[in-house]
Design a binder for this molecule. Structure first.
Ligand code: PMP
Length: 362
């Protein structure tokens, strides 16, 4: 395959080429059925097999304990901002939210529509350049049902280096580091994220929920919004996001072939390390505002001396086929998103370009 550029997009983003090629090969005529998978009934043999395999592989690949179910839902991670408090917060209970940046703020904003929400740790005082340490949250209030964390802030480029040490269950938005590091499942009641970064195409949220909490979930809402219904119907309550589920299965198989979660975690540390080393070795030419311990392994953010220079950097990078390095429109600067499928060779190409650009534009 020629003409694949180095794509540092924050999501949708680079996916494993092998998974794309497999999908291409079987797209028009799925396994001799004379039609594509997305033209078949979601209740037919072919798709049910695909969905069951994706669900069991997801639990295996992400090392999820047996008392969790996996759900494939529409509405992206954003719908989960609302579904979590709607389902989990019973009357009289509170939701604690770590305010770590743009995406945490989104979760807080939506949760406030449905329950009593408070913020035990607020990163705005540090301009969201770090996550809290495990013991930094202080005592949580009485009747707190869960502590919500955004394990990796995609825009700010920060991640939890240590998991919070709290008495209540965690709920995690892991959108931008899904299946890139192991999770301490015993701490979590629910984990969610959009698929369009590490897992496949946009159009699906993947949710892992602890079965024992389903009993006490609220039921006074439209049926699509209820976790217990999706769980009891194996994510087939209505027509599921068929193509994302299908490609997710292929991405999972690719991930397992690479060595699974341990290999993904090690590769992420290595790839992000190459960029952070380049930034640190530049003596301030490139500046990463994030405190070292909280540096994301998925989204590497950096600035240059001024916006004109950043514009030139982005233009010349694109000429060298290094695409989508512009920071999020809300913060500016540069951002290299290097999810699981990003080849190390692309990261090395970027690091090389950064060194050359620095030499040529001092
Ligand atoms: N949470 C995080 C951490 C994200 O990065 C994003 C999207 N970039 C979202 C939530 C929103 O996801 P979606 O677009 O799937 O609703």
């Amino acid at each position: 395959m020629t003409n694949r550029k180095h794509n540092f997009s924050a999501g949708p983003c680079t996916l494993p080429l092998e998974a794309l090629e497999e999908a291409q090969d079987e797209f028009i005529d799925y396994q001799g059925a004379g039609m594509s998978l997305i033209e078949m009934s979601h209740r037919g043999k072919h798709f049910v097999e695909v969905a069951e395999e994706a669900a069991s592989l997801a639990k295996e690949a992400f090392e999820v304990p047996g008392d969790f179910s996996v759900l494939f839902l529409q509405g992206g991670a954003m719908l989960q901002f609302a579904m979590v408090p709607m389902n989990l917060l019973n009357p009289g209970q509170k939701g604690a939210y770590v305010h770590s940046g743009s995406w945490a703020k989104g979760a807080i904003t939506d949760a406030r529509e449905y329950g009593d929400i408070y913020i035990p740790w607020d990163g705005s005082g540090h301009n969201f350049t770090r996550m809290p340490l495990s013991n930094e949250l202080g005592a949580l209030q009485d009747h707190t049902r869960y502590l919500h964390i955004t394990t990796n802030e995609t825009i700010g480029g920060i991640r939890f280096a240590e998991w919070p040490d709290v008495e209540v269950p965690l709920v995690g938005d892991v959108s931008s580091e899904y299946m890139a590091r192991p999770l301490p499942w015993e701490k979590f009641d629910l984990v969610y994220g959009g698929a369009q970064k590490n897992l496949g195409p946009a159009g699906m949220a993947v949710v892992f929920i602890r079965n024992s909490i389903l009993e006490s979930c609220n039921r006074n809402m439209g049926r699509y919004l209820r976790y217990d219904i999706h769980q009891s119907k194996d994510s087939m309550f209505n027509t599921p996001p068929m193509f994302p589920i299908y490609l997710f299965g292929k991405v999972l198989k690719w991930m397992v072939r690479q060595g699974g979660l341990t290999a993904m975690e090690a590769a992420a540390a290595e790839k992000s390390g190459i960029l952070y080393d380049t930034i640190d070795a530049s003596g301030g030419y490139y500046d990463c505002p994030v405190e070292t311990a909280s540096r994301s392994h998925m989204n590497v953010v950096f600035r240059l001396a001024n916006e004109d220079l950043e514009r030139k950097f982005l233009e010349q990078a694109a000429q060298a086929d290094l695409m989508n390095l512009k920071g999020h429109r809300s913060v500016g600067g540069c951002r290299a998103s290097i999810y699981n499928a990003m080849p190390k060779s692309s990261v090395e190409a970027l690091a090389r370009f950064m060194r050359e650009f620095e030499q040529d534009n001092h």
